[in-house]
Design a protein around this ligand. Structure first.
Ligand code: ZN
Length: 315
């Protein structure tokens, strides 16, 4: 049994529209679902990804409007790595960001920037296996971001984290010079990298610009077996939770990062047309009776493709 790769990475933002403007407007991802945090429905849950929101392309945000900036510490992911196809594309990304006044650092193999909440984003020339791209009127197809390479994290217990990655999740260890350590999982469709950096001494602070959890992708038919494997290993694992667009289980790895394993199916075109993903607020069935109340609380956002406000009306 192998993981397919990454499913999604979920962050916290203080400002939904600013996040839309950066990830869809500047980085060219597609806003594929406008919904709420199923466990706290007065907060948005926005999903961005490739054209269909394929696992391995998906970055998501909970919006806690006006939340204070957090800071990554031990037990937290501190950088998201996104793939670009060529060195030439990377160079053009450097110009694209700088032209918008967004500072970038780095060299020919990768560049690092920050999103508006202060989260580190690294663009790397990398082939993850599948090409998971979205279309954007200003970004040539040859330059488009083509999936999530992986993440860099700080562990509160690197040895224990390593055992979960290798013995339970099937990652292989990669030799790296210096103090960082890297693991790679090769799935049938993608491979994904997990890098541990030495944790800073200052404790982490949850908040805007921090990563909430990492979701690995499982084949639908393997999902229950993944849960059994984690339970048998002594992990405290949630029951299978229906997230409408995938099924999910959650557990915290011993180094402190919240892990999820999510199914590939059914995907985002289950409750709206694939041509109009994210253009209207979608609520899970259990929160649909609260639509009017939630519409009064959620900040209106403009959909980047239509240029129109996301509709809060019932479908
Ligand atoms: Zn998740």
């Amino acid at each position: 049994m192998k993981l397919e790769g990454l499913h999604h990475v979920t962050m916290v933002t203080a400002d939904a529209q600013r996040t839309v403007d950066f990830y869809a407007g500047v980085l060219g991802l597609r806003l594929v679902k406008t919904t709420v945090n199923f466990d706290q429905p007065d907060a948005y849950h926005l999903y961005f990804g490739d054209e269909r929101g394929a696992p391995g392309s998906i970055l998501t945000w909970f919006e806690f409007a006006g939340a204070r900036r957090g800071r990554a510490g031990a037990g937290m992911v501190h950088r998201i790595q996104l793939a670009v196809p060529t060195v030439e594309a990377l160079e053009r990304w450097g110009h694209r960001l700088q032209d918008r006044g967004i500072p970038v650092q780095g060299g020919p193999a990768g560049l690092v920037t920050e999103d508006p909440d202060g989260l580190e984003i690294e663009l790397l020339v990398h082939d993850i296996g599948e090409q998971l791209t979205a279309t954007h009127p200003d970004i040539p197809a040859a330059d488009a971001i083509c999936g999530i390479v992986g993440v860099r994290a700080f562990s509160a217990d690197p040895e224990a984290t390593a055992l979960v990655l290798t013995d339970l999740l099937g990652f292989g260890r990669e030799p790296v010079e210096g103090e960082s350590r890297e693991w790679t999982a090769f799935g049938p469709r993608q491979h994904v990298h997990w890098t541990l950096d030495p944790a800073p001494s200052a404790p982490g602070v949850p908040g805007a610009g921090t990563v909430h959890h990492i979701a690995w992708a499982s084949r639908d038919e393997d999902h229950e077996a993944w849960r059994t494997r984690m339970v048998d290993a002594g992990a405290t694992v949630t029951p299978v939770i229906d997230r409408d667009y995938f099924d999910a289980i959650y557990f915290r790895e011993p180094g402190g990062v919240l892990f999820e394993i999510a199914t590939v199916g059914p995907g985002f075109a289950t409750d709206e047309d694939a041509a109009h993903l994210g253009e209207e607020l979608r609520l899970p069935t259990q929160h649909e009776p609260r639509r009017a109340e939630l519409a009064g609380v959620l900040t209106p956002i403009v959909h980047p493709r239509t240029g129109q406000p996301v509709s809060f009306d019932a479908p």
